[in-house]
Design a protein around this ligand. Sequence first.
Ligand code: C2E
Ligand code: CA
Ligand code: CA
Ligand code: CA
Length: 278
Amino acid sequence: AIQKPHSTFVFYTDRLGEQLEYRLKLQRDLDKAIEDHNLQLNFQPQFDIQARRIIGMETLIRWNNHGNWVSPADFIPLAEQTGQIIDLGRWILMEACLFCSQLFDKGYRDLVVAINISPRQFQHPDFITSVKQAINLAEIPASSIELEITEGVILGNEQDTIHALQTLKDFGVMLSIDDFGTGYSSLSYLKQFPLDKLKIDQAFIRQLEQNEQDQAIVRTIIDLGQNLNLTLIAEGVEKSEQLTLLQQMGCHEIQGYYFSRPLPADHLLQFLQQNNIQ
Ligand code: C2E
Ligand code: CA
Ligand code: CA
Ligand code: CA
């Protein structure tokens, strides 16, 4: 039966109103969470396949909102839209650098702490200063910090992006492209940006062992990265079959549930101890 346009319309506006209300509430709650430091950083270990050891970790934010875990996949895009990502991003940077200095104090001097940077945060005029400040305050070498950016940052002015990345590289931080293969930009930036690493998006890994097209794509990304002298890391590795394939293809590093879930700081430290990392 054909729906009456009128009833469809009413349904639609109600939903829209509800969504708007939900977003406004989420926005207020997030403001409060930032103020109260009701957010927590987790760290997911990254593993060098050849050397068989942990080489670093990715910082992933967690928010417990009145007992409910809100996924960063939901609130980070919202924080981007509202501009809250600027304060939130500064806090994440500082906390991650402080955790890195804690690792240093415990004798883990070779581990790199990777931090996700959203496009709006990257494009803020104070971004580079805030990175330098956090690293200097934490008294850690810049090379212990890796910034993960997405192809989304390139949608801004390309020359500005190159300049900003070069300034960061000169300061000493590591730079990686996150979710590689899912953006729609041309590949020409790869030779212009001073990059260290490509992170192969987990969309290509999820069914790697059964999908030949994914295998072809991943193999091509790995060859491309190797020819450009970049380190390659595969995200979302959950199965030993995936690890085996990635190893055969010459991938350097993996990250995923197969090896470890993202862990709170104290669990991460236990994990390092259990795995005899020095
Ligand atoms: P991302 O940067 O691509 O992070 C990887 C996501 O994959 C994380 O989800 C991680 O928990 C998840 N993951 C890791 N291993 C596996 C696996 O083996 N299988 C599966 N299915 N998933 C795995 P998470 O923590 O929910 O974060 C989602 C997204 O939110 C991130 O995607 C990133 O875009 C954003 N995000 C998280 N933390 C931050 C942050 O501190 N700052 C910014 N700007 N964005 C963040
Ligand atoms: Ca990431
Ligand atoms: Ca990613
Ligand atoms: Ca992603």
